[in-house]
Design a protein around this ligand. Structure first.
Ligand code: BGC
Length: 357
């Protein structure tokens, strides 16, 4: 089959090549790929800065944001039937740690997990893949047009889930949620927070008339542009948030976010920053505020099947609440043989996809 591969560790090695057809076992499902979403992690891997091939192999099939249709099922599989629209989770358990043993492989503690399209396991930029049914989530027809967003949505769902779990340490009536960054993750975060009925403010660099701002508003969120200002000025305008989702991709913003958090507030960090930047920060003020305010700051990566299921539930609710809003995130549909256009110049737009089938 045709697949888009990289040689991890080598800069700009991305190319299309023939790879062996995957063989479906009796306990597996064969899936034909429809499209993949492109994200910063794919670009990082193609820069040679991240990712690993499967053990003993040279190439890694790239792609982790996936959408496919069931083609065939093994004779022991009773839970899926051909024709169903499915999305696969990304991470596979290490088989060595208690979190992976408990199905919480998104919180693997050995670091020996595998991630499809990222770490030691082939991804989804291919015509087909095979998978065990417990890693697949079925999607209803109503959300199919934007279902390729489920993987990044699951990442957001996990962050929010963990924020609420952490806040069980006290009596917490969250009223104001702030989302820093109006990219796909930020806007999906805003959608998930609105589905929970929270007042949500999205903060972006883009001016107020930008498509990102219009989508935020359609979701029932407010939009504040920091085009000419700083995150540190936000409390004067909107108050101090109970919950902050950081999704700008910039580590600098993290320290500003700590300074605007409300009493008992929680800050969830979602950006995987690849650089080696350093900066001077007002550490005494930041520490004092965190301590005196009983505040919590935590990082969150990946997601497990529960978060994929919650993402589907929220997608259905959001589509009822703001019809068409999610589809507006999909700004650039690229035929998959033209993959180089995105990897050489990502351009503007919100979410680009490679159309496979
Ligand atoms: C993916 C996650 C993955 C993380 C780190 C992100 O782009 O969405 O599933 O865990 O990269 O590899």
């Amino acid at each position: 089959m045709k697949a888009i591969v990289v040689r991890p560790g080598v800069t700009d090695s991305i190319h299309m090549r023939d790879m062996p057809d995957p063989r479906m076992g009796d306990d597996q499902v064969a899936v034909r790929m429809l499209r993949v979403g492109l994200c910063g992690t794919d670009a990082e891997i193609n820069h040679g800065r991240y990712g690993q091939p499967p053990t003993g192999e040279e190439f890694l099939i790239l792609g982790h944001e996936n959408l496919g249709v069931v083609l065939d099922v093994g004779r022991n599989v009773k839970t899926f039937t051909p024709g169903e629209i499915v999305v696969s989770t990304v991470r596979r358990p290490c088989g060595q740690c208690p979190n992976c043993d408990a199905g919480e492989n998104d919180c693997c503690s050995s670091g020996n997990y595998e991630e499809r399209g990222i770490m030691r396991r082939h991804g989804f930029m291919a015509e087909y893949y095979v998978e065990h049914p417990q890693y697949l989530t079925r999607l209803p027809a109503a959300v199919e047009p934007f279902a390729v967003l489920l993987e990044p949505m699951s990442v957001v769902e996990k962050g929010i889930d963990h924020a609420f779990l952490l806040q069980r340490r006290l009596v917490w009536n969250a009223k104001l949620a702030l989302v820093l960054g109006a990219g796909p993750v930020g806007l999906l975060g805003a959608a998930a927070l609105r589905a929970r009925g929270l007042r949500t403010v999205v903060v972006g660099r883009e001016p107020a008339g930008d498509l990102r701002a219009r989508i935020a508003t359609q979701l029932g969120a407010e939009y504040v542009s920091v085009e000419n200002g700083s995150v540190l000025d936000l409390p004067r305008e909107i108050g101090r948030p109970d919950l902050v989702l950081e999704a700008t991709g910039s580590a600098r913003v993290v320290f500003d976010a700590m300074q605007i958090l409300g009493p008992n507030g929680v800050l969830c960090l979602l950006s995987v920053t690849g650089g080696t930047g350093t900066n001077e920060e007002p550490i005494d003020r930041i520490n004092r505020q965190l301590v005196l305010g009983n505040q919590a700051v935590f990082g969150s990566v990946n997601a497990n099947s529960r978060h994929f299921a919650k993402g589907v539930e929220d997608f259905v609710r959001i589509e009822e609440m703001a019809p068409g809003a999610m589809s507006r995130l999909l700004t650039n549909a690229i035929p998959w043989q033209d993959f180089k256009t995105w990897f050489t110049r990502r351009g503007s737009g919100i979410k680009s996809t490679l159309e496979i089938g």
